[in-house]
Design a protein around this ligand. Structure first.
Ligand code: PBG
Length: 348
């Protein structure tokens, strides 16, 4: 190395080759890392296209898809660009998508979320007509995209999100999404009892075929910023979601959330975000016998994209590293904005 002075071994001790050998047998672990085929043969985790679910946004009242600056490569779709994108995902072999609607108008109860003519319902209908059962259509079930205050539920007279009043609205949303063609609904509001309420109403209205993917352990994270740009959500008065989403300091509490959601009838449980919560994913995967999903959220995607754009990191390699880590931790399904890109990489 330029500038570094050669070390004179004689001045520091015995010459190379004269050193004592270790007194125990050295395992040659590097032997299985020598060639790509060897590494592939002994890989403990394999990431496949089947593991991926793509989040998509559809916006009411626009004529052209609108790029989302903080989610490069993603857009608020029109109905027609949404269907085109969904067909592309299907042709890449991706098994599912999760849909978020962005309505033209918002109100205090978020009524657009269950309006049969609301944007998400119309979009689900078109997707189902175009794709049938080729893609699993998962409808994010929440009110925040539809409320004028930006919270995930209705506000009571003390200014707090009213848990049980919100559950009744979630039931309306679940029925509307099921009627529109969703294969699964994914309640993301972190209200207590949301899975039981939704399961009960789906069953009593003859929709026991529709599954529930529960956002079970969803943390009050700083990683949702780009998503809130994508759905035009701003919480009024500088509020936040710490009154209902989980505190980042807790792991045991996540186990309580997950156990409760499974008991309430969740078909799958999800941990969100993913990378900062690999300990939670691993413990959940040990605890439950339903499939475990993880949401690699908007901020996790944006961080990789921003660094790659500057040439600071290799974006493709890092995307794969993130998703492999999430799978290795125990998630069988990964919701990620990288779904299409990574599917392309995996197809070579
Ligand atoms: C709530 C919801 C959010 C996300 C998914 N569902 C936002 C929030 O809780 O504030 C975030 C997803 C992401 O950041 O990619 N409807």
């Amino acid at each position: 190395m330029p500038g570094s002075r050669p070390v004179r071994l004689s001045s520091v001790g015995p010459q190379a080759g004269q050193l004592a050998r270790p007194g125990f047998p050295v395992r040659r672990l590097r032997r299985l890392r020598r060639t790509p085929a060897l590494r592939r043969m002994v890989a403990e985790t394999s990431l496949t296209v089947d593991d991926l679910v793509a989040p998509l946004f559809v916006r009411e009242d626009i004529d052209e898809a609108r790029p989302i600056p903080s989610l490069p490569g993603h857009a608020q779709h029109t109905l027609s660009s949404l269907v085109t994108e969904a067909r592309r995902l299907a042709s890449l072999g991706i098994p599912g998508l999760v849909l978020f609607g962005v309505p033209a108008a918002k109100d205090p109860t978020g009524s657009g979320a269950w309006d049969p003519h609301g944007i998400a319902q119309v979009a689900l209908g078109e997707l189902r007509a175009a794709l049938g059962d080729e893609l699993v259509l998962i409808a994010d079930l929440c009110l925040d995209e539809y409320t004028d205050h930006g919270h995930c539920g209705v506000i009571d007279e003390h200014g707090e999100v009213d848990n049980d009043a919100t559950l009744e609205l979630y039931q309306l949303v679940a029925l509307a999404q099921a009627a529109a063609g969703a294969h699964m609904v994914a309640p993301s509001g972190m209200m207590d009892g949301q899975v039981a309420a939704i399961r009960a109403v789906l069953d009593s209205e003859g929709r026991s075929d529709v599954g529930v993917l529960a956002y079970a352990a969803k943390y009050a994270s700083a990683l949702y910023g780009p998503f809130r740009d994508a759905v035009d959500v701003r919480i009024t008065g500088g509020g936040d979601r710490r009154g209902y989403q989980e505190d980042i300091h807790n792991r045991r509490e996540a186990m309580a959330e997950v156990a409760q959601d499974v008991a309430e009838g969740a078909d799958m449980v999800m941990v969100k975000p993913a990378l900062a919560y690999l300990d939670v994913i691993a413990e959940v995967a040990r605890l439950v016998d339903v499939p475990v999903a993880a949401y690699h959220v908007s901020g996790e995607y944006a961080m990789v994209k921003a660094a790659a754009e500057r040439g600071w990191l290799d974006g493709d390699a890092l995307a794969l590293e993130h998703l492999v880590a999430i799978k290795r931790a125990g998630a069988a399904t990964i919701l990620t904005y990288f779904a299409a890109e990574v599917a392309e990489i995996l197809h070579g």
